[in-house]
Design a protein around this ligand. Structure first.
Ligand code: EPU
Length: 427
């Protein structure tokens, strides 16, 4: 037998009170990678201290950057001297977002070698569009022995149409374009707030960027990117996760810093389900008194309903009055939480890319397994309302992206704690 960490959730407590939303993981990661473009220190505020951030710090250090946390809590990255241009398999294997160093590394040093990310729990997740875009900018790319090997004497601006509005793909191309000669136009670009935040950081660096937040982004590269400081936007997915946690427990919770303008699709669906959401200054207050109404959801690129909120919303719908259909259009295999929710008594049937959720009056606690970050969050949320105890295994997935998750839940009155439990060696 071996010992593994798990979260033990005792259901039945209403969440009440106030917490502050952390900086966005998916904005922090590309902006950290963009520091590779600059010969000089970059100061980033509001970077969440989560595992994925630690992994990228480790990668930046391998490449030669000096990285420190200042006393005030800012992350300082100085990539003045780079000594390597290889992102090794051991690290990329643990975090796909490592691919974000490809564009800036290639732009800065003329070469980059990045381990090709494998498939992951939620889908195949190819990166062909990142590579196609870089090739259009003049890079030569080979895939050899599991590594992407990219070379470019000088990147040149290009007009790049993305078949899909890939988020990290758009980010990689923005960063490559930042040092390229001439103008790059990215069409069918991702419009996510995290892309806009990266564009803001690039502007602070002295790059001309136009159209971020729309489907067409234009970038004019610079020869001499400047040191800059930047405050990362609040995490809309963390905020959405706590909104759903508040709603499922009939709670009354204030989320400081949550930006309603980044959460319109989620807020819209919560209101449709009968949950009250009010903006109060720079906070969002979420309250509810009764089981939610069932509402259909279809994930879509921003400003549509985020795939990163699909699992959490399904937990909420599992106790709704009525039947709804939740359709996942971004990733082909992002329903691994369904079987776990069913073990807690949820009535969910899968039909291709849709889950048909028949709301039940209550869930019951059970041992369940997190298979990815957001699936893990959905199981904790289900545990908050389930009768009895829910033991959520696979906590390392949750720690990748939620800062002080248990602490924040406890501050709102949830009964959650980390425990160690025995598992068979091959389990
Ligand atoms: N795709 C391709 N070819 C490519 C790139 C993407 O076919 O070259 C496909 C993917 O397979 C997928 C779709 O396009 O079906 C969209 O994927 P996208 O590239 O936009 O996803 P990503 O950039 O790999 C980011 C977030 C994810 C989030 C997705 C979708 C980061 C670091 N990751 O991933 O976040 O789910 O966008 O919004 O920003 C998470 O935080 O839990 C997470 C998984």
């Amino acid at each position: 037998m071996g010992v593994k960490r798990a979260y033990l959730v005792e259901g039945g407590y209403r969440l009440r009170g106030e917490i502050t939303i952390s900086g966005a993981k998916n904005a922090a990661l590309p902006i950290m990678a963009s520091s590779l473009l600059v010969e000089g220190p970059v100061v980033l505020e509001n970077v969440p201290r989560v595992k994925d951030v630690e992994t990228l710090i480790e990668l930046l250090q391998i490449l030669g950057a000096k990285v420190t946390w200042s006393e005030g809590g800012s992350l300082v990255i100085d990539a003045s001297e780079l000594k390597d241009s290889t992102a090794p398999h051991e690290l990329v294997r643990t975090m796909r977002a490592s691919i974000l160093v490809l564009g800036p590394l290639l732009a800065r040093t003329g070469e980059a070698k990045v381990s090709l990310p494998g498939g992951c729990a939620i889908g195949a997740r190819p990166i062909d569009l990142h590579l196609k875009g870089l090739e259009m900018m003049g890079a030569e790319i080979k895939v050899e022995r599991g590594y992407i090997q990219a070379k470019a004497r000088k990147l040149k601006g290009a007009r790049i149409y993305l078949d899909l509005p890939t988020v990290t793909g758009t980010e990689n191309l923005l960063m490559a374009a930042a040092l390229a000669e001439g103008e790059t136009v990215i069409e069918n670009a991702a419009r996510e707030p995290e892309v806009v935040d990266l564009a803001k950081a690039l502007k602070e660096m002295g790059v001309e960027v136009e159209g971020e937040g729309t489907g067409i982004i234009k970038v004019r590269g610079t020869k001499s990117p400047k040191s800059f400081s930047h405050r990362v936007i609040p995490d809309r997915i963390e905020a959405g996760t706590f909104m759903v946690a508040a709603a499922i427990t009939n709670g009354n919770v204030t989320l400081k810093g949550a930006r309603a303008d980044h959460l319109e699709a989620v807020v819209g669906k919560l209101r449709e389900a009968g949950i009250e959401v009010d903006q109060q200054g720079d906070s969002l207050r979420v309250s509810s008194w009764d089981r939610p109404r069932a509402v259909d959801v279809r994930t879509a690129p921003y400003p549509g309903f985020p795939t990163d909120m699909q699992a959490q919303f399904m937990a909420l719908m599992s106790i709704a009055r009525g039947l709804c259909v939740i359709t996942e259009t971004i990733f082909e295999n992002r329903f691994l939480h369904v079987n776990e929710l069913r073990r807690m008594g949820a009535d969910i049937r899968l039909q291709g890319q849709s889950a048909v959720v028949q709301g039940v009056p209550y869930l019951t606690g059970a041992p369940v397994m997190a298979t990815d970050l957001r699936a893990g969050a959905s199981l904790v949320i289900a545990g908050l309302v389930a009768e009895g105890e829910t033991l959520v295994g696979g906590v390392q997935h949750l720690e990748r992206g939620y800062e002080r998750f248990l602490e924040k839940l406890s501050a709102l009155g949830a009964r959650v704690k980390e425990v160690e439990h025995e598992v068979p060696e091959d389990g």
